[in-house]
Design a protein around this ligand. Sequence first.
Ligand code: MG
Length: 398
Amino acid sequence: MSVHTLQSQAPFSCDPAHSLGRRYAEPAAPTRNAFQRDRDRIVHSTSFRRLVYKTQVFLNHEGDLFRTRMTHSLEVAQLARSVARVLGLNEDLVEAIALAHDLGHTPFGHAGQDALNACMQEHGGFEHNFQSLRVVDSLESRYPQFEGLNLSFETREGILKHCSAKNAQYLVDSECSEGSGGLVKKVSVGSRFLERKQPSLEAQLCNLADEVAYNAHDIDDGVRSGLIDLEKLAEVPLFESFRVQVMKEFSGLSARKTAYETIRRMLSAQVYDIIESTGKALAKYDIKTLDDVRCAPPLVCFSESMREQSTQLKRFLFQNLYRHPQVVETTNWAKGVVTDLFNAYINDPKEMPTFYQSRTNLNRAVSDYIAGMTDRFASAEYVRLCAASPSPGEHAYA
Ligand code: MG
């Protein structure tokens, strides 16, 4: 398939006119389809605005130019839309899923999630995908008729990338029972995990675009921070092959422009690879309808060789960036902040807003409250409640 081919909506894509619907019945919007409306609700949500001040890898206060959850989500949306347009998938749905996929992330990136999960071990645990769904299903509180954003099934399905069997069963039980408040009886987003079926291609695409985005921007941020250098990146075949190409084409290029151009080519190569490999998978399994998609193995994919190169890149980032002593130092500090805050609110729930104090399950209420915090709000609460230093110390990043 030519990468320049523009397809109209493919028959195996999600069609907003045939959505499996919202949890609470609503009249259609006069000028927007269901997925456009979902995207707009996400953009106007409080949780979406908070992504600006949430860590991706580098803590928010460490530099203004590093990715945050917000810019990461925008990059995922850009990559996923590029692929969606060529494959004839629904771009509005892809955009909605991509913008919402990290809404459930705690402050301080994965460190925050690990600490919160440890605090919640005896109380059902904490998992950011499931939390993203909780945000759009119940924690956003802004509409008179229902809690949450009342998004379409297809958007919610895409947000819930992974789910434990226990949480999946909980979703099936709660969504498929006849509820109050106009709940429409529909398929549960938990069902596919129990039936071992796949989500839509739009959802699968956002999942892979997430990986492509963070692999590329973590190299960029890693180089910018000085924690990884271009010479060290020679260990990564996917990066090195394009870097050599760039150096050959442009002599005397600055290190920064070399990195940008190399990353740009890496991104393009991965996007074209996904388009080609997914096209082949669609043909191999003779995919004609959305039902075919759900019953087939995962279809949005890399070629075998790109998968291998992507794994090598991930391994490199893990060893050289996520495990870098300077990153680990801030990570450990962040885990302490989340753990101490959790204990502080459990011991004195009055320190939380009344909305959280009044909930029957105090542990889940504290978990929801902390998960929603931005880095800087969590730091301020840490200083206020735990009389602690507001940051792990200054790092001189560029
Ligand atoms: Mg992400």
